[in-house]
Ligand binder design. Structure first.
Ligand SMILES: Cc1cc2nc3c(=O)[nH]c(=O)nc-3n(C[C@H](O)[C@H](O)[C@H](O)COP(=O)(O)OP(=O)(O)OC[C@H]3O[C@@H](n4cnc5c(N)ncnc54)[C@H](O)[C@@H]3O)c2cc1C
Length: 343
């Protein structure tokens, strides 16, 4: 039997089945309630039950004090609805609402996505979850205290698994290690989530997404999150790379466009190889976008990839009428700019 849950102050409503926690029901329906461990220990998911009853099939969590209970608080990651509910909890709508943590994770899969890009699938420990907004990144913490930033390439739904897409930087400390030495089952330490590159859901303008190279990683997470939430607006995705072989998820992006009316996909190659027989768009990706849009004032733009591409995009798009406040970017700067101070 399912129960109707009304959330204050957002006014959102959701349905919770008997066998799922209030938090799981909310996440399943695209509502970002706060959480941390998801097993009743960290209290990040605390909310107040204003009307109705909850119960805890696994027992009342030890971290829920009798004072909490007397004041009507519940831990929504383990609480199940026993009736229709009205609860009070702040939904997450910016990176400032999320706790940044250090987490260990295990490499479950390592696979070659392109000649110079490796995909890693990472699994968090059973008792841990990483709450993040699709588009955010994590720092990989190296043994010597240095950090390397990589965007999470999947949406936050399957939050015990994280995908990274790592381009090999010739001579790069971490990426060369990943290519030549990192083995499946190895442990990595992460810190995150970080950054403010995520879809502003309250902004209802049509969206232009532009990725350069592995800048596709956060864009992939953003698109996955938007599609899962039933994003009703329009999205136009541009992906710029050198050759056809660098479009390492071309089939996925093409399938998005084929299956979703509001989503268009334009791959752009700057240096296709002669044997690649490319009949699509050529040149720099931001220039292709400028050829397609005479006026960018009605749009919001999300752009990720090499710093030089981000800078060129920012300048030329704003000159083409884009509101600077609607330009969001993740510039894949080198490690010295992401800091070396490990907490
Ligand atoms: C917010 C953010 C998100 C990022 N997300 C991703 C991602 O999802 N996928 C991804 O592949 N990269 C991503 N990057 C870039 C990545 O963090 C760097 O490329 C990182 O420095 C590589 O680490 P490394 O140890 O292999 O190389 P390093 O040891 O840091 O670099 C060695 C030398 O190579 C040069 N170098 C380093 N990085 C680059 C580069 N990107 N391009 C050209 N020359 C470089 C520098 O001169 C540097 O001195 C992101 C960066 C930021 C800031």
């Amino acid at each position: 039997m399912s129960h109707l849950i009304h959330i204050e102050p957002s006014g959102h409503q959701l349905h919770a089945e008997a066998d799922e926690s209030v938090l799981d029901a909310a996440l399943r329906q695209g509502l970002a309630l706060p959480y941390g461990c998801r097993n009743g220990a960290c209290r990040s998911c605390k909310g107040r039950v204003l009307e109705g009853e909850v119960h805890y099939p696994g027992g009342v969590p030890k971290s829920l004090t009798s004072l909490d209970a007397a004041q009507g608080f519940a831990l929504l990651c383990t609480a199940h609805a026993a009736s229709n509910l009205r609860i009070e909890v702040e939904e997450i709508d910016s990176e400032h609402d999320i706790v940044v943590r250090n987490l260990p994770c295990r490499v479950m899969q390592k696979r070659e996505l392109a000649h110079d890009v490796i995909g890693l699938e990472l699994m968090l420990p059973a008792s841990e979850r990483l709450q993040y907004l699709p588009g955010q990144y994590v720092d990989v913490l190296l043994r010597d205290g240095r950090r390397r930033a990589f965007s999470v390439a999947n949406a936050a739904r399957d939050d015990d698994r994280l995908e990274l897409q790592i381009r090999r930087v010739p001579g790069g400390t971490f990426s060369e290690y990943v290519f030549h030495h990192l083995k499946e089952r190895a442990l990595l330490r992460l810190r995150g989530p970080l950054g403010s590159f995520y879809l502003r859901k309250q902004d209802h303008r049509p969206v232009i997404l532009m990725a350069g190279g592995t800048g596709f990683a956060p864009i992939k997470a953003i698109v996955e999150g938007a599609l899962a939430d039933g994003f009703p607006g329009k999205m136009h995705l541009y992906w710029g790379v050198r050759g056809r072989r660098d479009l390492y998820m071309h089939d996925l992006a093409s399938a998005w466009a084929a299956e979703h009316d509001g989503l268009e996909y334009t791959p752009v190659l700057s240096e296709p190889l002669p044997n690649e027989k490319w009949s699509g768009r050529r040149g720099f990706v931001h220039e292709a976008l400028l050829e397609d849009f005479a006026d960018l004032s009605p749009f919001s733009v999300y752009l990720s990839g090499p710093p030089i591409m981000v800078a060129a995009g920012r300048e030329s798009f704003i000159a083409r009428g884009l509101d600077a406040a609607r330009f969001h970017s993740d510039s894949f700067d080198y490690a010295y700019e992401t800091g070396h101070d490990v907490a």
